[in-house]
Design a protein around this ligand. Structure first.
Ligand code: ACO
Ligand code: KIV
Length: 625
């Protein structure tokens, strides 16, 4: 059937509450609520294949590890599995930590209440949870026209029965349990507030809370309205329930309209003390409120949530394994795309954001474009933050190289490399993995074992006079006074050739040698960089060189890049140059056949512009592998 042109006859708007002077909009959340995790009950009852005892135990242990102190473990009257699991937790020493309270649920049916009480014999700390639907819809349709009074009387009677089977039991062993009582007027958000309050007051009188407050759990059993309406209902309930100090107001939002998180946050602002929900929003239909999102929403406001998601991947894999429901990639916080950027401008901003935090610590406030929180806090590294596809730009690609090779590649090289990556993503038409990007980088810029131009050995000598203690010569002065002489052997297409050249620095003198071999390039850009942490012994040097080749056939000047990586700064520079020269040579393969057969060129290099010289020793010789 198609969607209706006019849905207004079939669907009626939810009638909002009139609450003049509502105060919740001016409140903020300043502390974590009491959490009740119901993955083992509400989460379990909604699975195609509910958990067996062993699986429940694994889930229980995970919840304890995360730090939940109130856990709804079962519906003991529903199945032997739930009954036995309850007994197992109670009877096995040390399974339940001292500070963890077990909660169990039962409907307002006497036989089921008795069975539930049996399951709890000998427990240390228990919340006995009873529920009864109170809305007009449920009383009429589900309970066969049960009146408000009949419903209230059933709730009171069943509460008294629970009381007689627990804290008022004639058996001292039963009385030894630390009992709490929770009553849920199921379908609360669709029930008249006056009636809910009347019924809850009657239940409170029947239970007579002493040590522990009575818990009134106020569910949006089905989410029917906007979150502000739920907040109004909670504020009204909190203000009008009698003996508020003896009452813990608990929330149990479902997510039918996709607003459960917002509803539960506004309802906390409205005065609620406790929240019930499931990890990653599991639960009937569209699920219960997601406790992970709620907790991490608090955390990222600087409020300790009291539960620990610092290894969220472990939580996800356990939950997925047990429930067989995958966590959506775009799930807040936990989803694999939750802190991940594919698009170029996002990546650029994030990369700059990380660079701005380079010298900061966890005591410096997190201010980061596009990323609302630090993924390391939930046990994820930064590798998956930036992902590269055809929508990505240079910033993202540079980030991958930084993360994987620790090279902070200069901007002009970023531009050049991102073109290579872009072309590749368009060819393969999919996301590129970091390893593929690294491979593209290495192939494009790093020297290779089979490079057509390789330096076999070399020796560098300066002209300058050696300094003595009385007349020290500064490096700058020496450079102005003298040139550098570069001599060595280059293997060109496997054929070793002696080379000789000079310049005002190592790079320029090697360029001079290469020019002499017919490799006609000019250095446009040179940058050197320490790789790794300063002061660390294994620090390496990186050098980046951009060269231009002389224009061919009146065309544009061709640009090539080379990158060198070595423990020694000088060698890094030479490697970068040779790598660029090899690329240039490969690009001009046809020209290479016409290379001059010059053996000992000795050309002036005044045309070569090199931003800085690197060598400050008077003689430096090396064999190059
Ligand atoms: C909103 C929630 O999520 S509440 C938790 C719901 N969870 C579950 O239902 C999971 C476990 N449930 C079960 O295993 C079963 O439904 C049981 C054991 C509770 C009951 O099973 P059955 O006796 O076969 O009853 P069945 O489930 O078919 O029907 C429910 C009956 O309980 C009544 N009922 C439903 N809710 C309640 C309640 N809160 N209090 C009292 N009676 C209730 C219904 O009116 C119906 O009675 P009827 O047969 O006279 O019409
Ligand atoms: C029994 C209550 C708490 C419930 O599960 C609901 O209303 O969704």
């Amino acid at each position: 059937m198609p969607m209706l042109n006019d849905p207004s006859r079939k669907y009626k708007p939810f009638k909002p509450l009139r609450l003049p002077g509502r105060q919740w909009p001016d409140q903020t959340i300043t502390k974590a609520p009491r959490w009740l995790n119901t993955d083992l009950r509400d989460g379990n009852q909604s699975l195609a294949n509910p958990l067996d005892g062993e699986q429940k135990l694994r889930f229980f242990n995970l919840l304890v590890e995360i730090g939940y102190k109130e856990i709804e473990i079962s519906f003991p009257a529903a199945s032997q599995i739930d009954f036995d699991f309850t007994r197992h937790l109670i009877e096995t020493p040390n399974l339940v930590p001292e500070d963890v309270v077990l909660q169990v649920i039962s409907p307002c049916r006497k036989d089921l209440i008795k069975r539930t009480a049996e399951a709890l014999y000998g427990a240390k700390k228990v919340i006995f949870h009873l529920y009864l639907a109170t809305s007009e819809c449920f009383r009429r349709i589900v309970f066969n026209n049960m009146t408000e009074d009949e419903t209230l009387n059933l709730a009171v009677e069943c509460t008294k029965l629970v009381r007689s089977l627990t804290k008022d039991s004639p058996d001292p062993a039963v009385r030894a349990t630390e009992w709490q009582y929770q009553f849920t007027p199921e379908t609360f958000s669709d029930t008249s507030l006056e009636y809910s309050i009347k019924l809850c007051n009657a239940v409170r009188e029947a239970w007579e809370p002493t040590t522990h407050p009575i818990i009134f759990n106020l569910p949006a059993t089905v989410e029917l309205s906007t979150p502000n309406v739920y907040a109004d209902q909670i504020e009204y309930f909190c203000k009008n329930i009698s003996e508020r100090e003896k009452v813990c107001v608990s929330l149990h939002p479902h997510n039918d309209r996709g607003c459960a998180v917002a509803a539960s946050e506004l309802a906390q602002m409205a005065g609620a003390d406790r929240v019930e929900g499931c990890l990653f929003g599991n639960g009937e239909r569209t699920g219960n409120v997601d406790l992970v999102t709620l907790a991490l929403n608090l955390y990222t406001q600087g409020i300790s949530p009291g539960v620990d998601f610092s290894d969220i991947s472990k939580v996800i894999s356990t939950v997925e394994d047990l429930t067989k429901i995958p966590v959506h990639p775009r799930q807040p916080y936990g989803g694999q795309f939750a802190v991940c950027a594919f698009s170029g401008s996002h990546q650029d901003a994030i990369k700059k954001g990380f660079q701005s935090r380079k010298d900061l610590t966890d005591d410096d406030p997190w201010v980061m474009p596009y990323l609302p929180f630090d993924s390391q806090d939930i046990g994820r590294n930064y590798e998956a933050v930036i992902r590269v596809n055809s929508q990505s730009g240079k910033g993202g690609v540079a980030w991958i190289i930084l993360q994987n090779l620790h090279l902070d590649i200069p901007k002009p090289l970023q531009q050049a490399f991102s073109k290579i990556v872009q072309k590749h993503t368009e060819t393969v038409n999919r996301e590129l993995q970091p390893a593929e990007i690294v491979k593209l980088f290495e192939e494009a810029y790093l020297p290779k074992a089979n490079s057509p131009i390789r330096l076999v050995d070399y020796c560098i000598r300066t002209d300058r006079a050696t300094s003595n203690d009385n007349f020290p010569i500064t490096n700058e002065a020496a450079e102005q006074q003298s040139g550098l002489h570069f001599e060595g052997t280059i293997a060109l297409n496997g054929v070793e050739k002696p080379i000789k050249g000079e310049g005002n620095g190592t790079i320029s003198s090697l360029v001079n040698c290469l020019n002499g071999l017919g490799v006609d390039l000019t250095v446009n850009y040179f940058k050197e960089q320490a790789v790794g942490s300063e002061g660390v012994n294994n620090t390496k040097a990186a050098a980046y060189i951009e060269c231009s080749l002389s224009a061919k056939n009146g065309g544009k000047r061709e640009l090539v890049w080379g990158v060198g990586l070595h423990e020694d700064m000088v060698q890094a520079g030479l490697m970068a140059l040779l790598s660029a020269a090899s690329s240039a040579h490969e690009n001009r393969l046809e020209d290479a056949t016409q290379l001059k057969s010059a053996t000992h060129p000795h050309l002036k290099t005044s045309a070569i512009k090199v931003p800085s010289t690197m060598v400050t020793v008077t003689e430096l010789c090396s064999d190059v592998d």
